[in-house]
Write a new protein. Sequence first.
Length: 431
Amino acid sequence: MIEDEGRQGTPRLRISHALAADATQIAAIAKASLREPWSAQAYAEELSRGHARVWVAREDAASGGIVGYVLAHRIADELHVLSVAVEPPRRRRGTARALLTEALRAEAGAGARVAWLEVRVGSAAARALYQGLGFREAMVRRRYYADEEDALVMTLALQEAQIGAPIRARAQVVDQRREGQSRRIVLRTPHWPGFAPGQFLMLSPGPLGAAPRLDPLLPRPMAVYRASPVGHGSADVEVLYRPTGRGTRLLADARPGETVGIVGPLGRGFPDPAAGTPALLVGGGTGIASLYELAARLAPSASPRVLLGARTADEVMGLADFRSLPVALEVATEDGSLGVRGLVTDLLGRALRAALPATVYACGPTAMMRRAAELAAQSAQPCFVSLENPMACGFGVCLGCAVPQAEGGFRLVCRDGPVFDARRIAWEKQV
């Protein structure tokens, strides 16, 4: 059964794969939502099966409280969605849509070609939600359920549906505030497709054709910090940035109620760490914004260690948000105003010496990422970096974001990145 969606509330959701310890909470939600719920033991057994795919939505990453789940089976290139449920107080807030979007996006990226499911013919809300995601009616199974209600079989061709495909929209500013030397802007974005940690947006400040902020500047690429569903497929998308040039200063002038042009999410996000391998996240300066969602999604299962660095305490982005996550957090500032005095790569060197193996994820100034790549290579550990090269289009047309490759030739940050295996980059040519 799928729960209905609507307008009430704007929960903070963190969607990730379920843990074995989540079985009891999942069973409680199922009992409150489904006519034929499974037991906690049954869910625990499902979580141990290799073909099971279970995602959960946590409203508070620090407490780990689960507010909804998706249970599916992956068989070859097919995904069979068995159940989706959201706890009653959290319904009508876009939670079910967000869960399904992430599940479908992840499995499509992993090679699944078709998704299918059964839904009660009398469940109008569930059918509408599925149809809104692109599912189509295939057949009816008579007296399928224990109470003899018919089931409607629905299917979705994942490779054709373009789950998570970028959108082009006008997003309304709902909040804009200063945080130290940075800004946080919240954009109410229609038809939000979900995103992978590490993806980015192209933002154009000001309504098109409107004075006083009509400006010929090209859009600015900015990392998606996080997104929270608000119902009917819309989401409040957060971006952290620092006003440094004319384009970002124009964005800083945007007030609640005004609109910003948005294209995205774009690019390839961070890959998952190897099973059982801890993650080391290294963020410097404005690159910190690219890592928050990755830390939040890895927190329940991968025990990530987060290392943040900046010149001063005022330049450490999103510090309160990172502190709210169940992660091991360390900070370095060049002037010693917060955490240890020094560079974030100093923290990385010590962390790699203390805990191996590990997967390193880095985003920040080029010199910082190059040093992170060197340290990871010296320890024979994988390292993935998110590059912040300037770009004009975001789609691979302008060729302005070319990255020299170690084996020769170039790759484009917008199309092939922004996340790259650090070993593939010709760092001596990267500026």
